[in-house]
Design a binder for this molecule. Structure first.
Ligand code: AMP
Ligand code: ZN
Ligand code: FE
Ligand code: FE
Length: 293
């Protein structure tokens, strides 16, 4: 059984529709697929229909933009009630922050002599509910300023780049609580990724999060080297956290993140799903279905 629990569609910054994502997952031999667009559940319904047709089990999730000790951190929320008022309100704040950042980013680019219009980015973002730097990167590619998204992040949009603008993100510990209140489970995404600040969420930070209700940690991710994966595995065992592995697939938007390039052990998925069932019972909600398959 092949399980890939972290993927994106064009409802955020992936390049495939939810239907294409599920088809690609089927073709890649994925049996259980986690859909985790940034800050939105917009792709869930279409992906669920495709999952029924393609006989792929779909675990519906969100990769929520969070902040911890001043650093940006991503939290994978699996199977929360998408209509829970606190969750909805917080995702709206994050999406508003994304929209507010765009003009500021374009002003920075303009100061560098690169003129990009808001409408250009919006057109490239198409169906995306969560517009972000990758779509600005696409505009730079379209203008021939850079070759690909990676170069746009390296030269302009990354945290040290001249066009970087901060935006609102949810408080990480509070969001773990919100996800639980919505009957879902939280897994910290790529906590020690190369491009993130490792000192923000160190071993003590992960222990504090585990105490606050974190269910799991994404260990096998392309941004973790083998030594990092080993250290995270040890820590997850110590803290009794579920260990996941995933591709963080973005279609053609991110190289070296092919579907199934990292996978989750079936026993770990079962643990995660039983924690989700407990969370939804505690939240007084019907246990959410993993659809398809
Ligand atoms: P934003 O959500 O607007 O803050 O943009 C951050 C997102 O851009 C990340 O979650 C990644 O999905 C994507 N990203 C970051 N670095 C790169 C890169 N070098 N190449 C392609 N996509 C990237
Ligand atoms: Zn992304
Ligand atoms: Fe991420
Ligand atoms: Fe991601």
């Amino acid at each position: 059984m092949r399980i890939d629990l972290h993927t994106h569609t064009d409802r955020s910054d992936g390049t495939t529709s939810p239907t294409e994502l599920v088809r690609n997952a089927r073709a890649a031999g994925i049996d259980v697929l986690g859909l985790t667009d940034h800050d939105t559940t917009e792709g869930w319904a279409e992906a669920a229909q495709a999952a029924e047709r393609e006989a792929v089990r779909l675990v519906r999730g969100i990769e929520v933009s969070c902040r911890y000790a001043g650093a940006g951190v991503h939290l994978l929320a699996y199977l929360p009630d998408p209509d829970h008022p606190d969750l909805v309100a917080e995702l709206e704040r994050v999406l508003d922050g994304r929209n507010a950042r765009l003009p500021a980013t374009l002003e920075r680019l303009s100061a560098l002599g690169i003129e990009v219009e808001v409408d250009e980015v919006r057109a490239l973002a198409g169906d995306a509910a969560a517009m972000g730097r990758p779509h600005v990167a696409d505009a730079l590619v379209a203008q021939g300023v850079v070759r690909d998204r990676a170069e746009a992040f390296d030269r302009f949009l990354g945290p040290q780049g001249p066009a970087y603008v901060n935006r609102y993100a949810a408080d990480l510990v509070a969001m773990v609580g919100t996800v639980a209140a919505a009957g879902g489970v939280s897994v910290i995404a790529h906590p020690w990724a190369r491009r993130h600040r490792h000192d923000a969420l160190d071993a003590d930070g992960l222990a504090a999060l585990a105490a606050a209700g974190l269910a799991g940690v994404e260990v096998d991710h392309q941004d973790h080297d083998p030594a990092t994966r080993e250290r995270l595995r040890g820590l997850a065992r110590e803290l009794d956290l579920v260990m996941t592995g995933a591709s963080d697939y973005h279609g053609t938007g991110k190289v070296d993140h092919e579907l199934g390039c990292n996978t989750t052990d079936p026993a770990e998925l079962e643990r995660l799903l039983s924690l989700a069932a407990e969370a939804s019972q505690a939240a007084g909600r019907v246990v959410p279905e993993v659809v398809g398959g």
